[in-house]
Design a protein around this ligand. Structure first.
Ligand code: NOJ
Length: 545
């Protein structure tokens, strides 16, 4: 093969990581909710897809107030999903299939059902039990006002008032997300020690790494600034880096290349880079790329900024189009405004699904051709769209209620609908034939054409494109950076990776002639015999050397 790949690089520097949202992947026990046995049964699907690792959204014991991001026990699996033994077997069997396993860790907050929080509620104001959280007296004559005017990320106040053990209205506690998710006090040595123990617990069971939820938020300004115009200034503090330096030492003390991936949703690239300093996190998610509109110039700028930033930090870039918090790519790219902002969704606006699908195909090839690691969210490989027709009564995301039931920004349920595997009608093989419940969110009837079974046999399907791309991607020179080809029409992105590979993407409204030499390896749409590339189409080329 002319395209060769350096094998000695740590796996996470170039991995394709598939995100599994356990409740929506595959339901083996028929209760309408996905589970670990469902994932185990589908490991061959993942191996055939050609991914290097799985990242699991939280599978821990949880009251599920925020779909598992409210963890009541960091060392147990929620019975909804299975048992600890099943998790261990899943890690083992994934490894046997050549697939690494990254799990979510949620350190910023816990569940209000966590024993530490229950103990804090039962203890008095000023007690050691309350010091692991952010308990404060209220303002106003009788403490009836929250300590600050901070708003939570899901909407509504970031403080809730407790009833003291004697029945009187009492102190307030901080929760940057839902009230069921009290924030930990990360200056407390027991909190730090507990999470290091949790990391060890899972590393000892074979976990290859952690995706760190809300990674910039952990340490807050103890002064609780009341009218802080820059919302996140009260977090993203230097002290959080002490935590990650300790975690990095821990991760590096294990063999096999364990990875720490930060969910750092900060718009400022310089601040982002601070999490990638030597001895801190290995990688962070690339949200600027995810949020970027489908337009050549902004994309090129994000790609250049990303590579500059990561190269300077010695970290690999990551490329992310989608996850369980954002509108599906096909829908985003099928709207007039193709940018994305988590708190300003555009549900209800017209969507051209055919256009969105064409662009999502081209974006898949662009993304997978870039140097670094890539994430793909389950269902992206099937070209699933955002389900905007979920009846309000079935919505489960706390963003819906706390955000004031806003139809234009109804939350994240629409990207979390259970996957279609086979058959002509819901549950499309997501649940077994003898299921006792319907899928926890309704699947659109039109997904009958988007099942794995329907797509596997169709060489023109999104699934076939992903399979081919992920396979070829393994042969790309992982160590090679990106070199732009400058002499291309406006609206075209073209670049080389090493001597033998090039990628050309036409984001303009007109067909263009591929000006780069080389034989097409894979294309997201039809390439003309005259080498013309239609709008919203990408092609990979092999350059003979
Ligand atoms: C980010 C996670 O991706 C999201 O799903 C969750 O609601 C918040 N963090 C709070 O844990």
């Amino acid at each position: 093969m002319a395209l060769s790949r350096a094998h000695e690089l740590p796996w996470w520097r170039s991995a394709a990581i598939y995100q599994i949202y356990p409740r929506s992947f595959a339901d083996a026990d028929g209760d309408g909710v996905g589970d670990l046995a469902g994932v185990l049964a589908r490991l061959p699907y993942l191996a055939e897809l050609g991914i290097d690792a799985i990242w699991f959204n939280p599978w821990y014991a949880s009251p599920q107030a925020d779909a598992g991001y409210d963890v009541a026990d960091y060392r147990r699996i929620d019975p909804l999903f299975g048992t600890l033994e099943e998790a261990e077997e899943l890690i083992r069997r994934a490894h046997e299939s050549g697939i690494r396993v990254v799990i979510d860790v949620v350190p910023n907050h816990t569940s209000d059902q966590h024993p530490w929080f229950q103990a804090a509620l039962a203890a008095a104001s000023g007690s050691p039990e309350r010091e692991r959280f952010w308990f404060r007296p209220g303002r106003g004559e009788a403490g009836e006002l929250p300590p600050t005017d901070w708003q939570g990320f899901f909407g509504g106040p970031a403080w809730s008032r407790v009833t003291e053990p004697d029945g009187s209205p009492g102190e307030w506690y901080l929760h940057l997300f839902a009230p069921e998710q009290p924030d930990f006090q990360w200056e407390h040595p027991e909190v730090r020690a507990e999470f290091e123990a949790v990391l060890r617990f899972w590393f000892d069971r074979g976990a290859d790494g952690f995706r760190i939820d809300s990674a910039a938020l952990l340490v807050k300004d103890p002064a609780l600034p009341v009218d802080d115009p820059e919302e996140r200034a009260r977090t993203d503090r230097e002290e959080v880096h002490e935590v990650y330096r300790a975690w990095r030492r821990l991760a590096d003390s294990y063999s096999g290349g364990r990875v720490l991936i930060g969910e750092v949703w900060l718009p400022d690239p310089a601040r982002l880079a601070r999490y990638l300093r030597p001895g801190e996190l290995h990688t962070v998610f690339n949200f600027p790329y995810l949020e970027c509109p489908w337009e050549a110039e902004p994309l090129r700028t994000v790609i250049d900024d990303t590579l500059r930033l990561h190269t300077a930090a010695g970290a690999p870039a990551t490329w992310v189009l989608s996850n369980h918090d954002v509108d599906r790519v096909v829908t985003r790219y099928g709207r007039a405004d193709t940018s994305f902002a988590i708190y300003a969704r555009h549900h209800g606006r017209p969507v051209d699904l055919a256009l969105g699908t064409r662009r999502a195909r081209a974006a898949a090839l662009l993304t997978q051709a870039l140097p670094g690691s890539v994430y793909l969210y389950q269902g992206e490989e099937l070209g699933l769209w955002e389900v905007e027709t979920i009846p309000d009564a079935l919505r489960q995301d706390p963003m819906w209620e706390r955000g004031g039931r806003n139809p234009a920004n109804p939350g994240r349920d629409g990207c979390r609908v259970p996957l279609p595997w086979s058959g002509d009608a819901p549950p499309f093989g997501f649940s077994p034939d003898q299921a006792t419940a319907v899928p926890w969110l309704p699947q659109p009837d039109a997904w009958k054409e988007h099942t794995v079974a329907a797509q596997a046999a169709d060489p023109g399907s999104m699934l076939s494109l992903y399979r081919a791309a992920l396979r070829l991607r393994r042969e790309l020179p992982a160590e090679a950076g990106l070199e732009w080809v400058e002499d291309v029409p406006t609206g075209v992105l073209a670049f080389r990776r090493g001597e033998a590979f090039a990628c050309v993407v036409n984001l303009s409204a007109e067909p263009v002639v591929v000006g780069v030499e080389g034989a097409p390896l894979l294309a997201s749409g039809p390439v003309g015999v005259d080498r013309s590339l239609p709008p919203d189409t990408a092609v990979w080329l092999r350059i003979e050397t």
